[in-house]
Design a protein around this ligand. Structure first.
Ligand SMILES: [Zn+2]
Length: 478
């Protein structure tokens, strides 16, 4: 197993710090111990990266989600606080293998007729705005571009997506002491209430800490499950980076629930790990998708110029920040922020991981959609020296997922399998010396996209948990 030399140094420091007996003496609810921040070489250069809004010469317009929002309509919507209506908007799957297709889609995006949902080297899922369907249809016919209409009316799907719970479920909720169900996509309050409930119910193994606040002042809550053994390795799992990817917080809370509620019966592999889980990295955006715009992606901080709202938190991390696959345009859906860690949410995650005494050996970030298990690097098509290890464990996780639930995941280096995207949290985690850093794009492969029916929550949770168990067994191998 090859690792970069300074990575080895960092792990050694982490291991020494972990041997502190503090971790056993920790009372539930108390602050988790912190270690002195280990300054990384790349952090220093990234911190100096303050030149605002550098225009990237290689902005890959045709390959990544890069919708330019209409500034005026957005501000008007803000003022009126009206729910965004997607009636008549459609989702198309467009084959991009023919030359010129990506360029055409780029032009349509710049004219604000379409936005990108997902895609890889061979196809793109694009949202056609309702008032543009006729126009875009004509252009596609003229240019002989083939596509399938996946969703005829997006608003109809949105209306059907998250039906209210039936009375039996509501009664169960009252008896359980928390409101989470995995039969519905829940608001932030339910998710946080559930985490607090677990800490109160299982104080010996579960604790919850607020590691920071979002721009609008919401808590960033991390739940830890640990039996306190000083030899434990640690895994950090997060979700809800991108507001509209609702299956992600639902999956992370599913994993939390299974491990916390059944900890005594769990395997030694699970018990020998300290689990740190942050289900909603972007709580402002998440609430905004419930209340105003179901398809919002970024956080909710206005840009410095106040021209547009939100940065893409998964382009804001300080490892090779500002490179390919991120935008300097505050109105873009992949706006990287004014500098590395300019956003309170990404900064809180990085500060927490850097100063924690936990021996983090894996970092998983759940996103949707597409069914990919991706490892660094994202910033460029290079791979880390130990990419064979990442690929091996990734494929084992994918195999467990498929055996359990039948979903097929593509495993690979993210910049190669999808497209380069710099400033991602997985690259940063890898740069911090966390060996197994993955971004997982959950279900589905595009039939529903972000508007995944609630009947998927439990199956996706179940197969994801199978993947987590395999990861745990791999981490516990000597
Ligand atoms: Zn995402």
């Amino acid at each position: 197993m090859k690792t970069g030399s300074w990575t080895v140094v960092l792990l050694a420091v982490t291991t020494v710090a972990l041997c502190s007996p503090l971790i056993n003496e920790l009372e539930p609810g108390q602050e988790w111990p912190k270690r002195g921040s280990v300054k990384q070489p790349q952090d220093e250069s990234e911190d100096e990266e303050t030149s605002p809004e550098k225009i990237s010469p290689s902005e890959p317009e045709s390959e990544i989600p890069g919708e330019i929002k209409e500034e005026i309509s957005l501000l008007a919507r803000e003022a009126e606080n009206v729910k965004v209506d997607y009636s008549g908007a459609q989702l198309w799957k467009v084959s991009t293998e023919k030359t010129g297709v990506r360029a055409t889609l780029g032009r349509l995006r710049r004219r604000n007729l379409i936005s990108t949902w997902a895609g890889n080297q061979t196809y793109m899922d694009i949202l056609i705005k309702s008032n543009a369907v006729q126009n875009v249809t004509r252009i596609m016919k003229r240019e002989n571009i083939t596509y399938d209409i996946i969703i005829e009316d997006l608003q109809k799907r949105i209306n059907e997506e998250n039906p209210p719970l039936d009375e039996n479920e509501i009664e169960l909720q009252d008896r359980r002491g928390h409101r989470m169900t995995w039969k519905q996509y829940h608001r932030l309050e339910d998710i946080h209430g559930f985490m607090d409930y677990l800490a109160k119910t299982y104080p010996k193994i579960v604790s919850v800490n607020t590691i920071g606040k979002s721009y609008e002042g919401r808590d960033l809550k991390v739940l830890r499950i640990s039996d306190g053994k000083p030899t434990n390795k640690a895994v950090f799992i997060d979700g809800g980076f991108h507001a509209r990817e609702w299956i992600s917080p639902a999956t992370v809370t599913y994993i939390i629930n299974q491990i916390a509620e059944n900890f005594d019966e769990e395997s030694d592999d699970i018990k020998n790990i300290d689990w740190y889980m942050l289900p909603v990295v972007n709580p402002d955006g998440y609430e905004y998708t419930h209340l105003t715009d179901r398809l919002w992606r970024k956080n909710r901080r206005p840009s410095i110029s106040r021209q547009c709202i939100g940065a893409d938190l998964n382009r804001n991390f300080g490892y090779r920040w500002g490179g390919r696959g991120s935008s300097s345009n505050p109105c873009s859906d992949i706006y990287r922020g004014s500098r590395a860690f300019s956003e309170p949410e990404s900064r809180a995650v990085s500060d927490f991981i850097k100063t924690s005494t936990a021996n983090f050996t894996a970092y998983l970030s759940y996103h949707s959609y597409g069914q990919y298990l991706l490892y660094p690097w994202g910033y460029d098509t290079a791979v880390p020296p130990d990419h064979n290890d990442l690929d091996f464990v990734g494929k084992r996780i994918a195999a467990a997922i498929e055996t359990t639930g039948g979903s097929k995941y593509t495993v690979g280096c993210s910049s190669r399998v999808l497209y380069p995207a710099s400033g991602g949290s997985d690259d940063w985690a890898k740069g911090q010396g966390i060996k197994y850093a993955y971004t997982i794009e959950l279900s589905d492969t595009g039939r529903y996209g972000f508007i995944l029916p609630t009947s998927y929550i439990e199956p996706v949770g179940r197969e994801s948990l199978a993947g987590i168990r395999v990861l745990a067994s791999e981490l516990n191998k000597p």
